[in-house]
Design a protein around this ligand. Structure first.
Ligand code: E4P
Length: 236
């Protein structure tokens, strides 16, 4: 499963990308607004930090302007995925950009029927919003199950299911069990995924016991001290 980071915060992206765990980034107009920074500059910087897809969203609602915006965003870097809303004009724009070889992420997907159309329009990614469905007392993960199941019936569909509006590790684990291709995670959710109190407790106990041995791995001979080896050279 691929993990994207759902933020436009450059410092967060740098920090998490250093771990080698991040396959891409998703932004949206709200996340860009939160940074208070220039959109194009920010997206260009992000695309230079992560090699994988970086979603940048159009803000027009009519096809002609969406297309121009999408073409402009796609020129920022080779790894830009143009994000378009799941509307009639968004799907039309998706078809055109996809035909021109541009990656497209169709966002704001809330039904399996919409996801079918995103695939038909040649989207590289469809983004079903699980958290926002949960918020209105509808099972967001059921939508993921449905889309994954439907896409599997048609090997010709290359659209990847990108689980969005993720609220916690349980969403990610459930999505992975269902075989979703990607989850886009708010930075705190990625951190919650590796944090476990038993890991911290176990590590503290191991280190306490290790301290009693008085040993140091880096200070120790490496056992390769044969004729001409590192230990022998160090001793000379
Ligand atoms: C991702 O592409 C979406 O923009 C994002 O996951 C939305 O999440 P939210 O519902 O927490 O705003």
């Amino acid at each position: 499963m691929k993990f994207f980071i759902d933020t436009a915060d450059i410092n967060e992206i740098r920090d998490l990308a250093e771990t080698g765990l991040v396959d891409g980034v998703t932004t949206n107009p709200s996340l860009i607004a939160k940074t208070g920074r220039d959109f194009i500059t920010t997206v260009r910087e992000i695309a230079g930090i992560v090699p994988g897809p970086v979603s940048a969203e159009v803000t027009a609602t009519d096809h002609a302007t969406m297309l121009k915006e999408g073409q402009k965003l796609a020129r920022i870097a080779r790894n830009i995925a143009v994000k378009v809303p799941l509307t009639r004009d968004g799907l039309k724009t998706c078809r055109r950009l996809s035909d021109d070889g541009v990656m497209v992420n169709v966002t704001l997907c809330f039904s399996a029927a919409q996801a079918l159309l995103a695939a038909k329009a040649g989207a590289s990614f469809v983004s079903p919003f699980v958290g926002r469905l949960d918020d209105v007392a509808t099972d967001g993960m059921q939508l993921i199950q449905d889309i994954v199941q439907i896409y599997r019936q048609y090997p010709g569909i290359k659209t990847e299911v990108l689980v969005a509006s993720v609220r916690g590790p349980l969403h990610v684990v459930a999505a992975a069990k269902m075989g979703a291709h990607v989850a886009t995670l708010p930075p705190n959710v990625l951190r919650q995924m590796y944090a476990h109190p038993l890991t911290d407790k176990g590590l503290a106990a191991f280190l306490e016991d290790w301290k009693k041995t008085g040993q140091s791995i880096l200070g120790a001979a490496d056992g390769l001290g044969t004729e001409g080896g590192a230990d022998k050279r160090a001793a000379e």
